[in-house]
Design a protein around this ligand. Structure first.
Ligand code: URP
Ligand code: ZN
Ligand code: ZN
Length: 465
């Protein structure tokens, strides 16, 4: 089956040029001058043509940080693999990396099997997994190889959430050494969690229970010291490290210093840290609970530092940490106590719209937009060549992006299975007219054309960072 996407402007992480793109089944077959200008005998018969005049062609978005169907805080994130990946595709994201979670005392293999069962037959977009390791005795360190051999080549470790997910420094260090042997990447939740719990305890005892205390008990200093410690441990272990959901200027300084010293330290931030702020957590009554995620939203002045970090390549990735909980029945679990509000926010569908707005505002250019949302995530997480660029031989995951499309970010217009939208009512200009996954049109002018189970599991390579 041959398709032609004609008259569009191709954007990659490094170039912008007008071209026609030929697809043959699931792959990009050729990128050429307009077929009308080519000798007729060089042009094959196409089964379908998409006219992309006036539109951009991007590689499908890659969101390397989602939590679908994840048990957390006494409940389960409200999007499962079907609804979450459908919403992702509507927003121009064709591949996600979700997190399998090892039960304390359980094996990594059990966790991976559980997450395969959650995703298989349901996902509509392509998906891969990271492994959250919560317990790393010698047998589990040994088992990490089996997980890497299954194509799960990154492990998330936590410095926060004592008694739940936190790993002590010795276990973290052993995990890093083992990851180094296997060519796997350590992703770190880098907040120093033990003092945070003391701050939470003290706030609660003073009756400080409103959502804004979530931010006030998780100060920037806790993230800065966590980031510094994660990088120092990785330096001692001589391995690369990837800091997830970086939210604050001082944490970014730690990453920048490490990179300036030549260390392989990488970091992602998320749209909520670029577009929302602590003021949202301070909304009246319980409304701020909608904005409880970890690390917390920071005061507005952090935004400019993070944008600068993106422009300077100190931040390489913008992922979402999509972890939705409905206000009703879920966030409400913490109505009288911020520390009982399940942590997390929806975002998998809105990421590309928001980053596009940043292009329009001149915060980043078109190529950097593609780089942070697709190309570099693909490179860091072992998918490049197949995913993350628009090139001959790559998977034909393509977003046809209409810069004139008007979209209102709202719970009414979007497809995430959650009863609020953090950007409710925000109007943006620019969005996908068509989303193709491996050559198949899965979104066409707001019509959804894929079926549950169409998404494929992506086995990722070990890294060469
Ligand atoms: O609030 C968040 N981020 N929830 C998901 C868990 C995590 O730490 O990524
Ligand atoms: Zn985290
Ligand atoms: Zn997360």
């Amino acid at each position: 089956m041959r398709k032609l996407i004609a008259n569009g402007t191709v954007v990659t992480a490094s170039e912008t040029f007008k071209a026609d793109v030929w697809l043959n089944d699931d792959k990009v077959e050729a990128i050429t001058a307009p077929v009308g200008t080519l000798p007729k005998d060089r042009v094959p018969q196409f089964d379908e043509t998409i006219d992309a005049k006036g539109q951009f062609l991007f590689p499908g978005g890659i969101d390397v940080h989602t939590h679908l169907d994840m048990p957390f805080g006494g409940t389960t994130s409200s999007d499962d693999f079907e609804t979450g990946t459908r919403a992702a595709a509507y927003g121009g994201t064709t591949t996600i990396i979700d997190f399998a979670i090892q039960q304390k005392g359980g094996t990594l293999t059990e966790a991976l099997d559980t997450w395969h069962k959650k995703a298989s037959g349901k996902a509509v977009a392509d998906y891969a997994f990271h492994m959250i390791a919560t317990d790393l005795p010698p047998a589990r360190l040994e088992e990490m190889k089996r997980i890497v051999d299954e194509g799960v080549t990154s492990f998330k470790l936590f410095m926060a959430y004592p008694n739940v997910l936190l790993l002590d420094d010795q276990s973290i260090f052993r995990g890093m050494l083992r990851a180094g042997e296997l060519g796997a990447l350590i992703c770190m939740h880098a907040e120093t969690g033990l003092p945070i719990d003391v701050l939470i305890e003290r706030a609660r005892s003073r009756g400080e229970r409103a959502p804004v205390y979530h931010a006030l008990t998780r100060p920037e200093a806790a993230e800065a010291t966590g980031t510094e410690r994660a990088i120092a441990l990785a330096e001692m272990a001589k391995v690369p490290v990837y800091i997830v959901h970086l939210s604050a200027a001082r944490a970014l300084e730690r990453v920048r210093e490490a990179r300036d010293r030549g260390l392989p330290a990488f970091a992602e931030t998320c749209p909520q840290y670029l577009f929302l702020s602590q003021d949202d957590l301070a909304r009246p009554g319980f409304d701020g609970a909608a904005y409880i995620c970890t690390p917390p939203l920071r005061p507005q002045h952090h935004h400019e530092q993070l944008w600068r970090g993106i422009r300077n390549h100190d931040l390489q990735v913008v992922a979402t940490d999509h972890c939705p909980f409905c206000m009703k029945d879920q966030k409400e679990l913490g109505r009288d106590d911020f520390s009982k509000v399940p942590n997390g926010m929806p975002g998998v569908e809105s990421r590309m719209y928001l980053l596009w707005e940043a292009v329009q505002q001149g915060k980043i250019d078109l190529n950097r937009f593609v780089d942070i949302s697709s190309t570099t995530p693909s490179k860091i997480f072992g998918m490049y060549g197949k995913k993350g660029t628009l090139a001959v031989g790559a998977d034909a995951d393509i977003v046809v992006w209409d810069p004139q499309k008007e979209v209102t970010l709202s719970v009414k217009t979007m497809h995430m299975k959650v009863d609020y939208n953090p950007y409710e009512g925000k109007k943006v200009r620019g969005g996908p007219s068509h989303v193709l996954q491996r050559g198949r049109v899965i979104v066409k002018n707001d019509q959804f054309l894929a079926r549950p189970g169409d998404g494929q599991f992506i086995r990722r390579r070990t890294h060469t960072l």
